[in-house]
Design a protein around this ligand. Structure first.
Ligand SMILES: Nc1ncnc2c1ncn2[C@@H]1O[C@H](COP(=O)(O)OP(=O)(O)OP(=O)(O)O)[C@@H](O)[C@H]1O
Ligand SMILES: O=C(O)c1ccc[n+]([C@@H]2O[C@H](COP(=O)([O-])O)[C@@H](O)[C@H]2O)c1
Length: 215
């Protein structure tokens, strides 16, 4: 069973990395692939170009066997729709392997506005990450999801796609927009991103300009 964490990763940070590892352990995933988008479908242009965001994800995953960077969204033109990414992954991995699309509760809330969102369930399971005690997720896609709800990892491993699991794991209070604001204000982001990512940001002068002040 493989986990997939798509994101803008502008930049990737310890919140993403810890969540991916927590989900890997909780679900018994072989690995989690971090997949930066080229053009996010539902937000403005990222502050850093896609190749730089992918390079930072590669640095963050290097040396951690449970995590891998996947650059396939950079090979497509147009908005980076998740349905196209899952179709491409199915071509690579075959129809039978269980795939778990990991989503933070914030990303999951907008699911019903995603491009061809109902098709996602034919391609992968959906795992919504939330902290212990956080209210259960009630998005506009609610009824569809309730019918697909699974009560544990075993139900996901038993089918290639189509189930929905809410997974309670500790989530760190770290966001990429806060990191960009700190850098633009000349503040430190040490320990919020891995050191090799920090080094990359410094060497390339990312997020330091006035444009980076807008989240
Ligand atoms: N601290 C965190 N812990 C766990 N998951 C997170 C965290 N931050 C973001 N995510 C999830 O990781 C995925 C990619 O997130 P994204 O790249 O948008 O990062 P972000 O920090 O939320 O960015 P921004 O602050 O620019 O909105 C989404 O599913 C999001 O919900
Ligand atoms: O496919 C879509 O229509 C779609 C709409 C919004 C977000 N996504 C994906 O959801 C993931 C999290 O998005 P974001 O904006 O929180 O980084 C990322 O992989 C996005 O490309 C996908």
């Amino acid at each position: 069973m493989i986990g997939l964490l798509g994101g803008t990763f502008d930049p990737v940070h310890v919140g993403h990395l810890r969540a991916a590892l927590e989900a890997r352990e909780a679900l018994g995933l072989e690995a989690v692939r971090l997949i930066p988008n080229a053009r996010p479908p539902h937000r403005g242009l990222p502050a850093a170009p896609a190749p730089a965001r992918l390079a930072m994800v590669r640095l963050a995953c290097a040396g951690e066997p449970g995590l891998a960077a996947d650059g396939r969204e950079l090979a497509r033109a147009g908005p980076s729709y998740t349905v196209d990414t899952l179709i491409s992954l199915r071509r690579e991995l075959g129809a039978r392997r269980p795939l778990c699309l990991l989503l933070g509760a914030d990303a999951a809330r907008g699911l019903a506005s995603w491009h061809r969102w109902r098709e996602l369930f034919a391609l992968a399971h959906l795992v919504v990450l939330r902290r212990p005690g956080q209210a259960a997720w009630e998005g506009a896609a609610g009824a569809e999801l309730a019918a697909r709800r699974a009560d544990g990892a075993a139900a996901l491993a038993a089918a290639p796609a189509g189930r929905v699991l809410e997974l309670e794991i500790p989530l760190l209070e770290v966001s990429a927009s806060d990191i960009r604001r700190r850098i633009a204000a000349g503040r430190s982001v040490r320990f919020l991103v891995p050191d090799p990512v920090l080094d990359y940001i410094r060497r390339h002068g990312l997020y330091a300009g006035p444009a980076a002040k807008e989240p």
